[in-house]
Design a protein around this ligand. Structure first.
Ligand SMILES: *Cc1c(COP(=O)(O)O)cnc(C)c1O
Length: 352
């Protein structure tokens, strides 16, 4: 069997499929959509013409986002999750002999999309505190004649944000497109959108999967200069986002104010988790601007202990640069209480 060269080196994207009663492993919204929004989504879908292909231009959702962002429709691209957009960016700007620069540790899919696009991955190591050096990114981009740079702000899985001056220094310092993946923007509140009018090589991606609770529907969007979105459009299939998901995303976008109380709650719970975990001896807790917290401990013992207690978290203990680290999504207040009790109990029994 002849498979595509390079594909044999890729590991399948694997996630723990155990259905834990408490799921703090995928950075999803802790609860289903707000009841009133869910009702409206279902009403919209009940009126859908299931026999028809989706609107090929996806103008409904693009216009809503463009209007809110004060951009043109041509500056907005909708994707089957922001993942599809990130992959399409690698296809559109990568290719044989091309280099794509991204920080590490960061979102593991950047490396996979780079390889799928037959491009050379140029990882830039974050510092010990997981901060990013603009100089190092610019040096790596220059040395490899990079055709694309991917940044994640706030960064997954470390949780820290990149200062806007660092982002601007990178965007201003190269000619190639620079993507700022703002999957966790809503929990941080600082966006690079303000730089879009100044830099035509800046691309921003966002998602409905995290703060807006639509992980099931797979909808993301991208903001960039129309010259870039036209190029990107060539790397996307027609009808790549289904009409059910688009209907759901339109309702959610119209009702996005209804999500603010829960976003605020997640931010408060994030601080409570950071404060409480910091008091536990033998744990290191990293600052976070996202809806998850990275901790460092004895991951070989703690991750299975939490699993045995019905709590799923993401164990990065054996990933380079993340030795002993675990990523914990902010859950409901009750879930967070259960997590804190379980972590404290683990430390107690190790000490005993
Ligand atoms: C979750 C996530 C995404 C992908 O989200 P989609 O569900 O594909 O929209 C993209 N980037 C980062 C850093 C993420 O954590």
């Amino acid at each position: 069997m002849l498979i595509r060269p390079g594909l044999d080196q890729l590991k399948p994207y694997s996630v723990d499929e155990t259905e834990f009663p408490i799921r703090l492993d995928a950075n999803e919204r802790a609860t289903n959509l707000p009841a009133a929004v869910l009702k409206d989504v279902i009403a919209r879908i009940s009126e859908l013409a299931f026999n028809r292909y989706p609107d090929i231009g996806i103008v409904g959702l693009r216009d809503k986002i463009a209007k809110a962002m004060n951009l043109s429709r041509e500056s907005v691209v909708i994707g089957n999750g922001s993942s599809e957009l990130l992959a399409a960016l690698c296809y559109a700007f990568g290719g044989v002999g091309r280099s794509i620069v991204f920080p590490t540790p960061s979102f593991s899919m950047y490396g996979i999309y780079t390889k799928l696009a037959d491009s050379q991955a140029v990882p830039v190591q974050l510092k010990a505190d997981y901060s990013l050096s603009a100089e190092e990114v610019l040096a790596a981009a220059a040395a490899s004649s990079a055709s694309l740079i991917l940044l994640c702000n706030p960064n997954n899985p470390t949780g820290n944000a990149i200062p806007m001056e660092t982002i601007e220094a990178i965007v201003a310092g190269v000619e190639c497109p620079v993507v700022v993946d703002e999957a966790y923007y809503e929990f941080h509140g600082h966006s690079a959108i303000g730089l879009l009018s100044k830099y035509s090589n800046l691309i921003i991606t966002r998602t409905f999967s995290k703060a807006y609770g639509l992980a099931s529907a797979r909808v993301g969007y991208l903001l960039a200069d129309p010259q870039l979105t036209t190029i990107l459009g060539k790397a996307l299939m027609p009808y790549h986002v289904n009409a059910l998901s688009l209907a759901a995303a339109e309702v959610v976008y119209d009702r996005r104010k209804a999500f603010e109380p829960d976003i605020d709650l997640a931010i408060r719970e994030r601080q409570r988790l950071i404060d409480s975990l910091s008091l536990i001896e033998g744990l290191e807790v990293y600052p976070s601007q996202a809806n998850f917290v990275l901790i460092k401990a004895d991951s070989n013992g703690l991750a299975p202990w939490l699993a045995a207690n019905g709590i799923g978290i993401r164990d990065f203990g054996s990933a380079p640069g993340l030795e002993g680290c675990m990523r914990i999504t902010i859950g409901t207040v009750e879930e967070n209480n259960t997590l804190l009790q379980a972590v404290a109990a683990y430390i107690q029994q190790v000490k005993a």
